[in-house]
Design a protein around this ligand. Structure first.
Ligand code: RFL
Ligand code: PHB
Length: 389
């Protein structure tokens, strides 16, 4: 088999890249280790920047997001017992959209199927080869038989635990990492959201986030210990803990119900540099991870796909390597700003082992500054709605 761009991973990065390339007439094949049902079952991100929605529109996969997504003009920060609204639209002219990653993935999968593009699910032992030459290829096993795809380029869109970054010689790659000493315990419930907009809560018992998937489906997170296991968190305990971290008005409005999903995610910041190794590129979580506090992970996967598709379009249409040569630096410049923002939001809102006394007061002073200074509020808002790309 032969294709121009062989993509590893059918998450948001791989699927969006595939559609953007297809829109430019660049054929591509996606190899995915899991089944489509498994990929669609992962409950992850929920918040899209306008730029991400525009990319879905660009590939003709944005119709349902516009119909079903919830557009939010602001967020609320709760601390010291009261809530403060950040009006992002007033500060930046932009909004964000609540539309689950599962829905984004489904819309992109449907667009890919409608375009008749090849996706090989349940491909095991995927391995990139010879990407430091002009003839890269991918090998994989499907239904017990070994196969190979010859290509011009490989796109590693295979997430944090993928094979592409792991295939690079350690000397060629530099990594930067911060592991946070806590996780997020999240639940999904078929209940109306406690508030119209998201509430980020700084509390002495730990962070809590009230978010949603729709007007009848809520998503809540509480900061938990890295040693915790979901079995230790029956629904009742979760709701009790959440209530203890919310302001009184939120507690009064909270509708509880049985969870339909419950999981714990560790928090980490991670960046691999560069994002290009000869004829292999990394995009999305394969190259970088951010803690979810800034809601940036999926949006960075989308901006990487945009930069990479543009670079490859330039290569094929204009016979110029300038775009692919610049890809890593261009993508990383945006990535690092999102890494900084996500780290800052995480630092301001969570309970750290050392946020007793002095550290806790500094957090409250920072939050108070953010909600009372137009400059600080605008800075938060412009990062939250997404820096331009
Ligand atoms: P993905 O989604 O991990 O997809 C990678 C795909 O590659 C496949 N794969 C392989 N395929 C073939 N061979 C191999 N060897 C392979 N290894 C892996 C995998 O099966 C998978 O299908 O990465 P991608 O496409 O880069 O997308 C990144 C996003 O999924 C991620 O950044 C977000 O979910 C992060 N995130 C959030 N991002 C936001 O923008 N807004 C949010 O509100 C938000 N909330 C979150 C989040 C992530 C969370 N968790 C669980 C980490 C909330 C949570 C709790
Ligand atoms: C979510 O809806 O899952 C979500 C929203 C905002 C975040 C993180 C997660 O910062």
């Amino acid at each position: 088999m032969r294709t121009k761009v062989a993509i590893i991973g059918a998450g948001p990065a791989g699927l969006l890249l595939g559609q953007l390339l297809h829109a430019s007439g660049i054929d591509n094949i996606i190899l995915e280790r899991q089944t489509p049902e498994y990929v669609l079952g992962r409950i992850r991100a929920g918040l899209l920047e306008e730029g991400t929605v525009a990319l879905l529109d660009e590939v003709g996969a944005g119709t349902r997001a516009h119909r079903e997504g919830l557009v939010h003009d602001g967020i609320e920060l709760a601390f010291g017992g009261s809530r403060h609204r950040i009006d992002m639209k007033a500060a930046t002219g932009k909004t964000v959209m609540i539309y689950g990653q599962t829905e984004v993935t489904l819309d992109l999968m449907n667009a890919r199927n409608a375009a008749g593009l090849t996706t090989i699910y349940e491909a095991s032992d995927v391995q990139p080869h010879d990407f430091d030459t002009d003839h890269p290829r991918l090998s994989y096993v499907k239904d017990g038989a070994a196969h190979e795809i010859a290509c011009d380029f490989i796109a590693g869109c295979d997430g944090f635990h993928g094979i592409s970054r792991a295939s690079v010689t350690p000397q060629a790659i530099q990594t930067f990492e911060r592991i946070y000493p806590f996780g997020w315990l999240g639940i999904l419930s078929e209940t109306p959201p406690v508030s119209h907009e998201l509430i980020y809560n700084n509390h002495e018992r730990g962070f809590a986030l009230c978010t949603m998937r729709s007007t009848h489906r809520s998503r809540y997170y509480v900061q938990c210990s890295l040693d915790d296991h979901v079995d230790q968190w029956p629904d009742e305990r979760f709701w009790d803990e959440l209530k203890r971290r919310l302001d009184q008005k939120a507690v009064d409005h909270l509708v509880t119900g049985p969870s339909i999903e419950k999981s714990i995610a560790p928090l980490r910041s991670f960046v691999a540099e560069p994002m290009r190794f000869g004829r292999m590129f990394l995009a999305g979580d394969a190259a970088h991870i951010v803690p979810p506090t800034g809601a940036k992970g999926l949006n960075l996967a989308a901006s990487d796909a945009h930069y990479l598709a543009g670079a490859l379009r330039e290569y094929y249409d204009e016979k110029s390597s300038a775009g692919i040569d610049a890809y890593s630096a261009t993508a990383l410049a945006r990535v690092w700003k999102a890494v900084r923002f996500s780290w800052w939001m995480t630092s301001m809102l969570h309970k750290f082992p050392d946020t007793e006394g002095f550290g806790a007061r500094i957090q409250l002073a920072e939050l108070d500054y953010v909600v009372s200074s137009k400059a600080a509020m605008t800075s938060l808002a412009e990062n939250y709605v997404g820096l331009p790309f």
